[in-house]
Structures are given as structure tokens and as C-alpha cells.
Design a protein around this ligand. Structure first.
Ligand code: SF4
Length: 429
């Protein structure tokens, strides 16, 4: 299956970095492993694969039919996954043996030190400690440390998740069943410290492929203020996180002392709890390296938010975003596309554009346009079917995205926020 290796014929390029190992074959295949040898990402001749800690593999590629290009993404079934991972890991064994024997067309980056081949051998031997069965065993270990990581913003797929809370305090939005399997729980200090210790042990050197720290689950910022400040203190004590206060020589010194570090702390927040916090409180969070907060606006239409049973209205979400931004923290605003179907199409576009345009978003902020993904048992689907709400066709989804994009207008057009599609079907951790 799509990964065959011929040591004599293939040109193999190996790059071992501080946080990852990359292997390129003939430029058509790239495999990336973390420093514990876990396959994280692969590109095989037009197909992209991402592997999660719970050993799921998502495949993505572009297809075409009747001259139309479209994207396919699907999770490999058990059989496909085993074949894929067996092929990858047995390919690495061939490469490792070829290096040992001094055979094959193997290349390394320029200007590497004389012991680089030893480093490569060491890194590959780490990869070879794993195989399909061991990755399945790791999955069980992962699930004993974490509740399933249900969702993250797309710019945080390579984050280090710390579940300082579990679940969602509200858990009633009709379109969301991410956390219906668990009760909301705020962990105490001992539990957080234990969780961090277990996460570190599990990830080993692989931790350095993670760029940031994400406090999960749905709404870690719902933790009462004093407690949350303490949580941030614990996280800052446990991990080197770059502070925005550092500049010039101080920043260079800090970086030389912490060559491996995290970019900041990130988390979701709902518009109800978020609105009960002051700018000064958010400034305290910023001082503790909270860099971006993700707020699920979903829609600017109160009628639609009410129908979806969101805990807040659009004005509250707007106020939260303004308060957070006033404190100097960036935001990621999530808008749901297609929700409310044809019945809400016009109002959803009009009110969402109005609210976002009042948020004063700029550089460092994100707007995520996330297509609603449902299933027949979802409360929203049942409500929509009772009211005979017509779902949007794929063309109308595109039209809604375009209409929202066209309506957006930013105070500083030179430094706009980043607008991006948020495809939750691609998510794995
Ligand atoms: S507040 Fe967020 S996580 Fe909680 S139920 Fe609503 S959408 Fe889901």
C-alpha cells in the first residue's frame, strides 16, 4: 500500500533535528517521526497521513470527477492502518540496515558533524523500538492518562494538551456532543501535577515536537479566577514558556538557556463565563503567558444562538472578545457555517458579519469558518428535522463562506486577522 522502498534505487534523505526525524524518499515520500519514534505525519505520493496518540490515522488527498477537484479525508480502518504502519516501520528497518552496511543512496544535510551518522542510527533505532502492536499498546496508555481529546483549533494541532479540566460546564449546545461522555470537573493542584508528570513520561523526548500548551477540555478558563491563576503558575513552573515581556539581549539569553521551549498557553472560552471577567484579570493571565483564547461565536444571530442553546448571546461574545483584546491577548473566533440551514442563511450571514466587524480583530487573531458536521442522533439534527429546516447544499455552503468573507471589514486593513477554514473532520490528536 503506497509505500514501497528500494534501497538501491531510491534516493533517501535523512534529517535528524532536535525535535523530529524526517526521511524523504525521491521527494515523493516524506515521513516525520517524533524523537520517541512515533510516526506523526507522512506524505506519500499525493496522499497525506496524520497519526494520533491513540493510533488513529487520517488520510487526505485531492480527487477529481467530471473536471471538478475535491478533497477527500477519511480515517483508515483497522486493516488499512496496520498495513500502512507495518510498511512504514519495515521501510525504516531497511534504511537502518543499509546505513549500518554503508549501502544505499542515503544522503544527509550539508555541514553536519562527523558523528551525524551515529545520531541518525540512534534516532532510527528509536523508531525501530516501535511497531503496530506497540503503537496500539501506547494508545491504551494514552487513554489511561487522557480523556479523549475531542477537538482543538487547527493552529493548535501540534500543541501539548493538558487536561486541567474535563468536559464542559454547560454541555447543552444542541450542535455539540464533544463532551457528553463526561461530567465537568476542575482538577485540583495534586491532580494537575500528577497529570503533567504522566503526560511527560508518556511523551518522553516527543514532547519537543509540541510547540505550545493547550489547556483543555472545552473551557479551562471557566475555572474560578484565583484557581486559574494558580493553574497557570503551575504550568509556568513546569514548562519553559517564552514570555512576551522579554526583548533584545534578555530574550536571546533566555532562548540560549532554553533552546527547547513552548510558544505560549492557549485555551477555549465560552462567551458566558468569559463575560464575567475583567480586563485586569485577563492582563494577569497575559502576564502568565496566556497568548490566545478561542471563543465559539458560532453566529451573530441571537435567534439562531437561542435555537442552538448556546450559553451566551452575540453581544456577550462580542464583549468578551473586546475585553480579552483590551488586555493584549489574541483571540480565535469560531463561526459555524451551514448551521440553521436555509431558514437562517441570510440572518446568520448579516448578523455574524456585523458582530465580527465590531470585534476590532487584527494581526495575531484568527477567524475560523467551521462547517457544521452533524449526525442523525444529534439534538440539533432532531430539532432541525422537526422544523423541516433545509440543510445547505455544498454550493450554498461555499456561498455562505464567500458572503461572510466579503462582508468582513477590519479597522486596520494592513494588519488583518487570519481567516481560515476549520475542518473538524480532519482533527486528531
Ligand atoms: S459551550 Fe462549547 S463545548 Fe460546551 S456544549 Fe457548547 S459548544 Fe460544546
Amino acid at each position: 500500500m503506497r509505500f514501497q522502498l528500494s534501497i538501491k534505487r531510491d534516493k533517501i534523505f535523512i534529517n535528524v533535528r532536535t525535535h523530529a526525524i524526517s526521511i524523504t524518499l525521491n521527494t515523493f515520500t516524506v515521513l516525520t517521526f517524533d524523537k520517541e519514534g512515533r510516526l506523526i505525519w507522512a506524505y506519500l505520493d499525493g496522499y497525506t497521513f496524520r497519526r494520533s496518540f491513540d493510533n488513529r490515522v487520517i488520510e487526505k488527498y485531492r480527487g477529481s470527477e467530471n473536471g471538478q477537484r475535491y478533497r477527500i479525508r477519511k480515517e483508515l480502518d483497522e486493516k488499512e492502518k496496520r498495513i500502512f504502519l507495518d510498511n512504514v516501520y519495515s521501510g525504516i528497518r531497511l534504511i537502518y540496515e543499509a546505513i549500518k552496511k554503508g549501502e544505499g543512496n542515503i544522503n544527509f544535510p550539508h555541514n553536519v558533524s562527523s558523528n551525524y551518522i551515529e545520531e541518525v542510527e540512534k534516532a532510527l533505532s528509536k523508531v525501530l523500538t516501535l511497531n503496530y502492536d506497540k503503537l496500539e499498546k501506547e494508545k491504551r496508555k494514552f487513554l489511561s492518562i487522557y480523556k479523549p481529546v475531542s477537538i482543538l483549533p487547527p493552529d493548535q494541532y501540534l500543541t501539548l494538551v493538558l487536561q486541567v479540566t474535563e468536559g464542559c460546564w454547560w454541555n447543552r449546545c444542541t450542535f455539540c456532543d464533544f463532551y457528553r461522555d463526561r461530567k465537568f470537573k476542575v482538577k485540583n493542584d495534586e491532580e494537575i501535577i500528577k497529570h503533567i508528570k504522566e503526560v511527560r513520561e508518556f511523551l518522553g523526548e516527543g514532547i519537543w515536537l509540541r510547540k505550545s500548551i493547550f489547556l483543555a477540555d472545552a473551557n479551562a478558563l471557566a475555572i474560578p479566577e484565583e484557581r486559574f491563576l494558580k493553574v497557570l503558575d503551575i504550568v509556568n513552573q513546569e514548562f519553559p514558556i517564552i514570555s512576551e515581556d522579554l526583548e533584545g539581549p534578555d530574550l536571546s539569553k533566555w532562548k540560549s538557556e532554553h533552546p527547547l521551549h513552548f510558544s505560549g498557553i492557549y485555551s477555549f472560552l465560552d462567551g458566558f463565563i468569559g463575560g464575567r471577567r475583567s480586563t485586569e484579570y485577563y492582563r494577569e493571565l497575559k502576564r502568565r503567558n496566556l497568548k490566545r483564547v478561542y471563543v465559539g461565536l458560532e453566529s451573530g444571530s441571537n435567534k439562531l444562538l437561542n435555537f442552538l442553546q448556546k450559553p451566551n448571546n452575540a453581544e456577550e461574545a462580542l464583549e468578551v472578545v473586546r475585553t480579552i483584546k483590551e488586555a493584549g491577548i489574541n483571540v480565535g473566533v469560531i463561526v459555524m457555517i451551514g448551521i440553521g440551514g436555509e431558514d437562517y442563511f441570510e440572518e446568520h450571514v448579516k448578523e455574524t458579519v456585523k458582530v465580527i466587524n465590531s470585534m476590532r480583530l487584527g494581526k495575531g487573531d484568527f477567524i475560523y469558518l467551521s462547517e457544521f458536521v452533524g449526525h442523525p442522533e444529534l439534538e440539533y439534527s432532531i430539532d432541525a428535522s422537526k422544523l423541516e429546516i433545509k440543510a445547505l447544499s455544498q454550493d450554498r455552503i461555499v456561498e455562505q463562506i464567500d458572503s461572510i468573507r466579503r462582508g468582513l471589514d477590519f479597522t486596520d486593513p494592513e494588519n488583518p486577522p487570519k481567516i481560515t477554514i476549520y475542518d473538524i473532520m480532519e482533527f486528531i490528536y
